[in-house]
Design a protein around this ligand. Structure first.
Ligand code: NAP
Length: 371
């Protein structure tokens, strides 16, 4: 099973890939298991392997490198560089360090992980193109970019090397459908759908999941397979689920052969229509967490040196740049009926700073029953 080919290359890769983020190796406790699963995934046709220097501080790349020893040509290896390495020479240095960790001479796809808020994307792309010229990288990809950045990059000098865009895309987050997905179709770019299984949280207790269960029963498959098949209804989408368990891996590989009937796609579309609501920023509580600002003062100080920081991003928002909506949930334990912030900790504070807390922020509200 392969995806439509990008105009400038002829690639035959599996329709579903393998992700390696978020505690994939358990900080080293599961290296051997990860190596076995990754190799089995390749045997089953999941040849696109997505990793990044930032995943477990380089460990994920090292484990991928070990898994691919002797099998490098069977995989389509995708990695990234971090925002702090967005200067031209830093992009090159970062990719060279990835090559060492990955124990290979070439990267099939080098992607922008997140664009830097002040370093122009065009500068990073210059470094990326240089790596292609040096033969160290075969194709280029964007990630977490705005549609305007994607369109500019396609039209610029890196355009002929661009193969993909990596954005979050799942039933829980369908933001890409309003702009990025049509752009990918127009320019024949792959959309690498990250967190395709909503980080394992397609909740059975969500009333909408009943539709998924019915469809799964009809196709004699699992709910996760229905979700992956639903994503693949658009041929430019390539989901990259992460899985630790062999049973999950086998399921995900088999999902590449499931084609949903149009009426089933439509039922799922209706049940999971993404509802964006304007929410007053003072009705949102930011729960404490690692590297999370819970007050406006902390956000302005940006002591964790997040890139982009809330103030940098606020400038872009005030200039009219569209961002992915934040996600909130009704906090059922809160007597004041406030919302709890689930995703978008920097975007939330940036919005508050940009509009002085006076403008409601567009949010996806999880757990709202469809009206
Ligand atoms: P995900 O793939 O949506 O979800 C991973 C979770 O789903 C794991 O808990 C896994 O459990 C479970 N799972 C996998 N297959 C399953 C199945 N068949 N049935 C039931 N559960 C299943 O989340 P993710 O890791 O956030 O995203 C995937 C990849 O996208 C990452 O690994 C990374 O490569 C990429 N990513 C990129 C960015 C970016 O900014 N570019 C951000 C996030 C993620 P087990 O481990 O138990 O199998």
């Amino acid at each position: 099973m392969s995806l439509p080919l990008h105009a400038s290359c002829h690639l035959d890769v599996g329709a579903i890939g393998q992700g390696t983020a978020l505690g994939w190796t358990g900080g080293g406790t599961r290296d051997t298991e990860c190596i076995q699963t990754l190799r089995l995934g390749i045997d089953l046709g999941m040849t696109v392997v997505d990793t990044a220097p930032i995943y477990e501080d380089g460990r994920a790349e090292q484990v991928v490198g070990r898994a691919l020893l002797g099998r490098r040509t069977e995989a389509f290896l995708a990695t990234k560089f971090s925002p702090e390495d967005s200067r031209r020479d830093d992009v090159i240095r970062s990719a060279e360090a990835s090559l060492r960790r990955l124990r290979t001479d070439w990267i099939d796809l080098l992607q922008v992980h997140w664009p830097h808020s002040t370093i122009p994307l065009s500068e990073s792309l210059e470094g990326m193109v240089r790596l292609v010229e040096q033969g160290k990288v075969r194709h280029l990809g964007l990630g977490n970019c705005t549609d305007a950045q994607i369109a500019d990059a396609v039209a610029g000098p890196a355009g002929p090397h661009l193969l993909s865009v990596q954005q979050e895309y799942s039933l829980a987050d369908r933001t890409v459908e309003s702009g990025t997905l049509p752009l990918c179709n127009e320019h024949q770019l792959w959309l690498l759908a990250y967190s395709p299984l909503a980080r394992g949280k397609i909740a059975p207790e969500d009333p909408r999941a009943a539709v998924l269960m019915e469809v799964a029963a009809d196709y004699e498959c699992s709910v996760a397979q229905v979700v992956l098949a639903w994503l693949r209804r658009d041929p430019c989408v390539l989901p990259i689920p992460r899985c630790g368990r062999e049973s999950h891996l086998r399921e995900n590989a088999a999902a590449a052969t499931i084609g949903l009937a149009d009426e089933d796609v439509a039922r799922i579309d209706r049940a999971y229509a993404m509802r964006l609501e304007p929410v007053s920023t003072d009705e949102i509580v930011v729960p404490a967490g690692e590297r999370v600002y819970t007050t406006l003062r902390e956000a302005r100080e940006n002591r964790f040196e997040l890139v982009p920081g809330p103030t940098d991003l606020a400038t872009k928002i005030a200039d009219g740049e569209m961002l992915k909506p934040i996600k909130v949930a009704v906090d059922r334990d809160d007597p004041r009926g406030l919302y709890r912030l689930l995703e978008g900790r920097v975007r939330y504070w940036a919005w508050v700073i940009a509009f002085d807390g006076k403008r409601p922020i567009p949010a996806v509200i999880e757990g709202l029953e469809e009206g």
